[in-house]
Design a protein around this ligand. Structure first.
Ligand SMILES: NC(=O)c1ccc[n+]([C@@H]2O[C@H](COP(=O)([O-])OP(=O)(O)OC[C@H]3O[C@@H](n4cnc5c(N)ncnc54)[C@H](O)[C@@H]3O)[C@@H](O)[C@H]2O)c1
Ligand SMILES: [Zn+2]
Length: 389
């Protein structure tokens, strides 16, 4: 390579100095999502993606002793310079405070602009560390190594990074794409069943909105997936990742608010607000939200009754909440409706519902009434709820 490079620029000034100047900054992002079943394979892929640069591995205090220390040792053994830190596990850590501590740590570690941050953990680690990577030195490369099923099938993909604010979840965030995702389903053997189920909810969602094949795969294999069987979980994570990557490629920065990926999230968010994030897992709230949206669709004559049965049947078999009484804490339907009213206010008077019509087909509706929602919320195993029966 030459020691010096000569650069010539002779840029012209426009004749019309009154016209606005158009600044442009286009960037195309492409990254690989590797799905592996054991750590040696994952290690090799991470090693290849890092390509000899220095590594800052960030995780939480639960994942550190279970998996992250061993991975750090392996990377060190393979000749890389690896620094590692962790923060307390749980949603409360997804904060500006944690981010500030991590930025101090990165500054102290002298991580440079081209070195690599490794975010290893569940959605909390992935979201927090991704956001830190987006602001440190105006952005350093980061690799996601998800360790919960929710992170494998959802949080690790798409580059939505954020920390929470006291007033709202994910309020402080950005779109900042990873340089790679290395999903080792082997890490799921230490994850409890409740978190496996919650992750499965986001995969079932993708099946309903965009892939009958993925839905059928989950129908056939959910028992093996919940037992963290490596072959079954790898097929699931691979399938769900393919579907999510295709959906986000159409609109990576969410310019269009009518997103099928929000299926189950309207009622889901309201339930999370009412119950508190520490009592109901995101996937559980979304599962109940999907059941409600499916009931609304069925009552409108959009979704055939047998498909409603199939959707709620699968959610129920997996052990996810379908009725209010299935949720891990008592939720008042009136309070949930009030929470939805708040969301409606923030969104200019509209509540947007993704209603399934068939597997791989949805309708986005802005005109779902409180009565329809109430009926869907209060439905019971014995029959539909609401005031009109
Ligand atoms: N960015 C996105 O697109 C996106 C999408 C969905 C959810 N999220 C975010 O993800 C977060 C929830 O993620 P989550 O459910 O993974 O929660 P989490 O990160 O809190 O992980 C759940 C618990 O499991 C532990 N854990 C992680 N991996 C483990 C393993 N292999 N074995 C044993 N324990 C393990 C963690 O320490 C934690 O205690 C939320 O903050 C949500 O907003 C982000
Ligand atoms: Zn979600």
């Amino acid at each position: 390579m030459a020691d010096s490079v000569r650069i010539s620029e002779r840029l012209a000034l426009p004749k019309d100095s009154g016209a606005p100047i158009i600044a442009s900054a286009r960037h195309r992002h492409e990254y690989a999502v590797h799905v592996c079943t054991d750590e040696p394979d994952a290690m090799e892929r991470i090693h290849a993606e890092i390509g000899g640069r220095r590594v800052a591995l960030i995780t939480d205090d639960s994942v550190a002793p279970l998996h992250a220390r061993r991975l750090a040792d392996r990377l060190t053994g393979a000749g890389l310079a690896v620094g590692m830190t962790s923060f307390p596990a749980g949603e409360a850590s997804k904060s500006l405070n944690t981010a500030a501590r991590l930025l101090d740590w990165l500054a102290g570690s002298a991580l440079a602009r081209r070195d690599v941050v490794l975010a290893m953990g569940g959605g909390v680690v992935i979201d927090t560390v991704g956001w830190v990577a987006s602001v440190y030195m105006r952005g350093v490369p980061y690799i996601n190594v998800p360790t919960t099923l929710l992170a494998h099938v959802d949080a690790a993909l798409g580059g939505k990074v954020a920390v929470d604010h006291a007033s709202a979840k994910n309020l402080i965030g950005a779109f900042y794409q990873p340089m790679a995702v290395v999903s080792n389903v082997g890490y799921l053997v230490t994850l409890d069943r409740r978190h496996l189920r919650a992750g499965l909810a986001e995969a079932i969602k993708k099946g309903i909105i965009a892939s009958p094949e993925l839905f059928e795969l989950i129908e056939r294999q959910h028992a093996d997936i919940l037992a963290a069987d490596p072959a079954a979980t790898a097929r699931l994570v691979h399938g769900a990742s393919v579907i999510k990557c295709q959906l986000i490629a159409k609109d990576p920065y969410e310019d269009d608010l009518r997103r099928p990926l929000n299926f189950g999230h309207t009622v889901g968010h309201a339930v999370e607000t009412v119950a508190g994030y520490e009592h109901v897992l995101h996937g559980e709230a979304v599962a109940f939200g999907m059941a409600c949206a499916s009931r609304i669709a069925e009552r409108r004559g959009l979704l055939p009754p047998e498909l409603l049965e199939r959707i709620t049947g699968l959610l129920g078999e997996v052990g996810l909440p379908v009725f209010l009484t299935d949720l891990p804490v008592r939720i008042d339907p009136a309070e949930t409706l009030r929470a939805l009213g708040q969301i409606r206010k923030i969104r200019d008077g509209h509540l947007r519902f993704v209603l399934p019509v068939g597997l791989g087909e949805t309708v986005i509706a802005d005109d779902v009434t409180d009565e329809e929602i109430r009926a869907a919320l209060t439905a019971t195993a014995e029959g539909p709820g609401g005031t009109d029966d």
